[in-house]
Design a binder for this molecule. Structure first.
Ligand code: HEM
Length: 181
């Protein structure tokens, strides 16, 4: 079951660990840290979503448009009086495997996001971290991911793209961290 996901999870575990440590350093109960956290995520997330849109990912995954959270993070930033930051440059997503690898990272980030949302104080906007999906949405994504990556070389290519996508969030986190230190 979900072999492609198991391989992606293993192949990106070290990258996830670095991000967990980096973003775990933002205290989301502190408005300034939360603002910085959202800014970093907006920089990377919008880049990846735009690259997936440009690659026509909606014709690959039919509910892709409903999964996007660029508007949610923009709404949260606007609600706390912060401008949308400049989007970073996304790595190329010119193959289906690369698109799936990138989509895995941003969809998977919802899992941790749901936990993180609990640290955001009442009264602060949390459409991005709190954005719920219909039940079964992650499982449905993983079913499609497995079908899309039948061969080991597809999984290898998707893992490379997933690692680059994690790298984009790391770059954004470090840029914002540097600015607040
Ligand atoms: C403080 C920061 C973070 C924490 C505490 C965290 C925590 C978690 C947790 C607890 C899970 C597993 C949830 C479950 O299995 O139900 C998870 C999964 C995941 N997270 Fe994070 N996360 C963080 C940041 C991120 C970021 C920034 C990204 C990418 C942009 C990300 C991508 C993923 C992915 C792809 C998975 C799915 C792994 C799988 O296949 O099971 N995480 N995270």
């Amino acid at each position: 079951m979900h072999e492609a996901r198991a391989a992606l999870r293993k192949g990106t575990a070290a990258d996830h660990g670095r991000l967990d440590a980096l973003f775990g350093g933002f205290r989301l109960s502190n408005p300034q840290d939360y603002r910085a956290f959202l800014t970093a995520h907006a920089m990377a997330l919008t880049a990846v979503e735009q690259a997936l849109d440009a690659a026509g990912f909606a014709s690959t995954l039919e509910d892709w448009p409903d999964r996007k959270r660029g508007d949610a993070v923009a709404a949260d930033l606007s609600a706390i009086g912060e401008a949308m930051p400049t989007t970073l440059s996304a790595p190329p997503l010119d193959t289906s495997a690369a698109q799936w690898g990138a989509a895995y990272v941003i969809e998977g980030s919802r899992l941790g996001g749901a936990l993180l949302a609990r640290s955001v104080p009442e009264g602060m906007p949390k459409s991005y971290l709190g954005s719920a999906q219909p039940p079964g949405s992650w499982r449905k994504f993983l079913d499609n991911l497995d079908k899309a990556l039948p061969l080991p070389q597809d999984v290898a290519h998707a893992t490379e793209s997933a690692r680059a996508t994690f790298g984009l969030f790391e770059q954004a986190g470090k840029m914002v961290r540097g600015a607040t230190d």
